[in-house]
Design a protein around this ligand. Structure first.
Ligand code: PLP
Length: 240
């Protein structure tokens, strides 16, 4: 595919978005899936709020940030019908301020965090949609539960009614050859399929949040229902 080249921000973003959608559609087609069943979250951590605003003005609905303070800041600035996704580690002392702003939390990585969310969501009278983060690759630098822990974690989360456990999330190790990520994504899907039956009503576990700029096509082929894409959307655009 030719790279997008446009003289202005909106033109460049529109072209990058179009490319992303084409690549998503092809990957979905290869897997016999419908592209409508895959939600792209635009990860705006590397760009200014004005770029995030331009995306929203182009019709992008889902925006993600990895640092809660940055999510708070951009959520106050960006106008329009945005669904904000907290995709990076959420510190317990930032739960109260973050919960009212977000649509989904992708990075539930400890039971202490889950208990704090239950407590704060109860006080705020909210239900919070979360993904359980799983460290499939076992890299020590990555957060999340080990695959072996997840069944026990879901037992506990099933008793926290303010949480709605929509699915599992993982990050594959970066590799110059994206197809090498396939076993990681396949393992997350298999884990979800194995655990899905007999869960508490607040744990539908229908979603898989996996795939980033480098590897989203592989993730879609392996069943991703949510992908988190930053760099690929901002090619040719000033990043911070
Ligand atoms: C930054 C980030 C992404 C997006 O990464 P890109 O490679 O820029 O697409 C996705 N998920 C998480 C958790 C991130 O921190």
């Amino acid at each position: 595919m030719e790279p997008c080249v446009s003289a202005n921000l909106t033109g460049q973003l529109a072209c990058n978005l179009q490319r992303l959608k084409e690549r998503m559609a092809r990957a979905a087609h290869r897997a016999g899936r419908r592209v409508e069943d895959i939600v792209p979250v635009a990860v705006t951590k590397s760009v200014d709020a004005s770029v995030a605003q331009a995306l929203v003005d182009l019709g992008v609905r889902d925006l993600g940030e990895s640092r809660p303070q940055e999510l708070w800041r951009k959520a106050a600035l960006v106008q329009g019908p945005v669904r904000w996704h907290q995709i990076g580690h959420l510190q317990r002392n930032k739960v109260r301020r973050t919960l009212p702003l977000i649509y989904q939390l992708h990075s539930l990585d400890s039971l202490r965090l889950a208990e704090r969310i239950q407590q704060e969501a109860d006080a705020l009278d909210l239900t919070v949609s979360v993904f359980v983060e799983v460290n499939v690759s076992g890299e020590p630098t990555k957060g999340g539960f080990s695959p072996e822990e997840v069944a026990g974690v879901l037992d506990v989360l099933g008793r926290l009614p303010r949480l709605r456990v929509v699915g599992l999330m993982t990050m594959a190790p970066w590799t110059p050859e994206p197809s090498q990520t396939r076993p990681v994504f396949a393992a997350l899907r298999e884990l979800r399929d194995k655990l899905r039956d007999g869960l508490a009503p607040n744990c539908p576990l229908t979603e898989l949040s996996m795939g980033m700029s480098n590897d989203f096509e592989i993730a879609i082929e392996e069943g991703a229902t949510v992908i988190r894409v930053g760099t690929a959307l901002f090619e040719g655009i000033q990043t911070s």
